[in-house]
Design a protein around this ligand. Structure first.
Ligand code: 9MR
Ligand code: ZN
Length: 531
């Protein structure tokens, strides 16, 4: 059995919305459960459990308590006769507001090229301005010359900045804005003002965009550097003490296409707040797209002397597909639509349940399926929409089949917690096409899983929920003198069902990363104003 908390009654340790599903997993034989009010131990609800259900990957038998029918707000715990009780949790309309704000603020705390600071749980987290020399040119004749590549977010537990990972991250965060804008506009993040006139959420995305723009070669070609990092990973030092030279590397076609898609999304979403900046983004996107059209061959990034993250995908077809559709969505230009529609059938009608940074096909399909623009091929649009709904139905089933509500089945690998969070995108896009309570409840189940309803009986998000990670593989957390880690970060999770360890050295299971975080922010954003 995996090491973790000691409660056999496992659930989302932060809580539940009044109107969505509420489930707990119990890993000891039981028959019924009682819901008790924390303030006076009064029984307010009771029921039978279902089960036992055996699950192979964790080798456990489990019973499930479903108290979805109970909708009164307050603080409660579950009491399972003969077994024990759960941690105390809340039922409230605003239960996901604080987690949303905390996980979104985590992006701010990831900022590079500036000092950051924030208070959380009685601690003051801060670092001085870092990586102000970003970066040296490692290509063309300019080798050894510094040009401006400051700002952006650190990628993960390391301090590098990688275009491909920035692409899927920004795609996910812009999609959250496009789908949940009224919610996100209202939520106060408490950021310093770095983009006057912007809503705070977009202000944070602009910080990354400012950097991403610098990844485009200054030679006018449209090529985009694959990453801006040292040649090797730094030790566990403060970011401002990480003085190793960092280089704009050689371009890749995946980075260039991801750049196009992110810049096209930036252009349309920033347009109302800063038209000139939006135009800069769009011009950059179109220039890089034109370059890609002239160079249809995949150009992978070769590591050479670099041992930092590779972010090397197998194909650039999905990135090109995504670039085309985002440019069409932003401009309405038929050429981009044609490019998408020519390439899409080779991917259609499949929507992937399991997708990570190297596979942005879903993002392309989602933009096409949700578009309000005229001119789509109606048959193709309908096919893709149907595929999205079929995939969401599948995820609902998979979530129900897993004793811990995890809709990824027995798939475990580096960063799979991020993928579980990312499945919320599949579900919410399906919800936008054809609203279905089961889709929302599966998003709830994803968030439940990440906040404690899992084999470890622990939250996977620093600073939030029951027994959260204390030792993430995060240089910021590991180089200050504060015992608590920096707050709001999702760790990657086990590469098997039971091998996650809360150990700083274990970067394969306990690191943090912007793409996983973006998926988590997206999942929470969709629940903040649910009832
Ligand atoms: O998330 C990435 C994972 O899918 C890969 O298997 C792994 C090895 O290449 O890299 C992960 O990404 C890391 C990146 O390479 C460097 N920054 C930290 C990222 C998260 O661990
Ligand atoms: Zn930095």
């Amino acid at each position: 059995e995996a090491s973790g908390g000691s409660f056999p009654v496992r659930l989302n340790s932060i809580g539940f919305l009044p109107g969505t599903s509420k489930k707990a997993t119990i890993i000891q034989k039981c028959s019924g459960f009682e819901l008790k009010r924390a303030t006076d131990d009064e029984k307010v609800f009771s029921g039978e459990v279902t089960g036992p259900f055996h699950q192979e990957d964790v080798n456990q038998d489990a019973w499930v308590a479903d108290f979805s029918a109970f909708a009164d707000t307050g603080s409660y715990y579950l009491e399972v006769p003969g077994v024990g009780r759960s941690v105390t949790f809340r039922i409230s309309d605003d239960v996901f507001r604080f987690p949303y704000v905390t996980t979104m603020r985590a992006f701010y705390l990831w900022r590079c090229g500036t000092a950051v600071e924030g208070d959380f749980n009685g601690q003051h987290f801060a670092h001085a301005a870092c990586h102000l020399d970003d970066g040296y040119c490692d290509y063309l004749d300019g080798k050894g010359v510094i040009r401006k590549g400051t700002k952006g977010w650190h990628d993960a537990g390391d301090y590098g900045k990688y275009t491909v990972n920035a692409g899927i991250t920004m795609g996910t965060l812009f999609l959250a804005w496009e789908q949940f804008r009224p919610t996100l506009e209202k939520a106060t993040l408490g950021l310093p003002e770095t983009a006057p006139g912007f809503p705070e959420y977009l202000e944070e995305l602009k910080w990354e965009t400012d950097w991403l723009l610098t990844m485009q070669y200054p030679d006018g070609s449209g090529r985009v550097s694959h990453k801006l990092t040292r040649t090797n990973f730094a030790g566990f030092v403060r970011p401002e003490d990480d003085k190793g030279k960092r280089y704009f590397t050689e371009w890749s076609s995946t980075a260039t296409a991801d750049f196009v898609a992110a810049m096209a999304m930036a252009a349309r979403n920033f347009q109302p707040y800063d038209a000139a900046y939006a135009k800069t983004c769009l011009d950059a996107a179109e220039k890089s797209y034109a370059f890609l059209k002239k160079h249809p061959e995949m150009k992978p990034f070769e590591q050479g002397d670099f041992t930092t993250g590779a972010y090397k995908g197998k194909s650039d077809k999905d990135e090109r597909l995504w670039a085309a559709v985002e440019l069409w969505e932003t401009t309405g230009n038929k050429n981009y639509l044609e490019d998408f529609e020519k390439s899409a059938p080779s991917f259609t009608p499949r929507i992937d349940s399991d997708w990570d940074w190297q596979n942005v096909k879903n993002l392309a399909m989602f933009t096409y399926a949700l578009s309000k623009r005229e001119g789509r091929n109606p048959k193709l649009a309908a096919t893709i929409q149907q595929a999205i709904l079929a995939n969401a139905d599948l995820l609902v089933e998979k979530g129900k089949q897993d004793i811990y509500g995890r809709p990824l089945g027995s798939r475990y690998y580096w960063g799979c917690n991020g993928t579980v969070a990312r499945q919320a995108v599949n579900l919410q896009v399906a919800n936008a096409i054809s609203p279905n309570r089961a889709y929302t409840n599966t998003v709830v189940s994803i968030v439940d899983h990440l906040l404690g309803r899992n084999v470890y009986d622990r939250s996977y998000i620093t600073g939030l929920g029951y027994q959260p990670p204390m030792h993430p593989h995060d240089r910021n957390s590991g180089s200050d003198n504060i015992e608590q880690p920096w707050p709001g970060y999702l760790v990657g999770g086990g590469r098997t069902a039971t091998d996650w360890q809360d150990k700083q050295s274990d970067y394969t299971t306990n690191e943090i990363a912007i793409n996983w975080q973006a998926a988590l922010v997206y999942a929470l954003a969709g629940l903040v104003d649910q009832h």
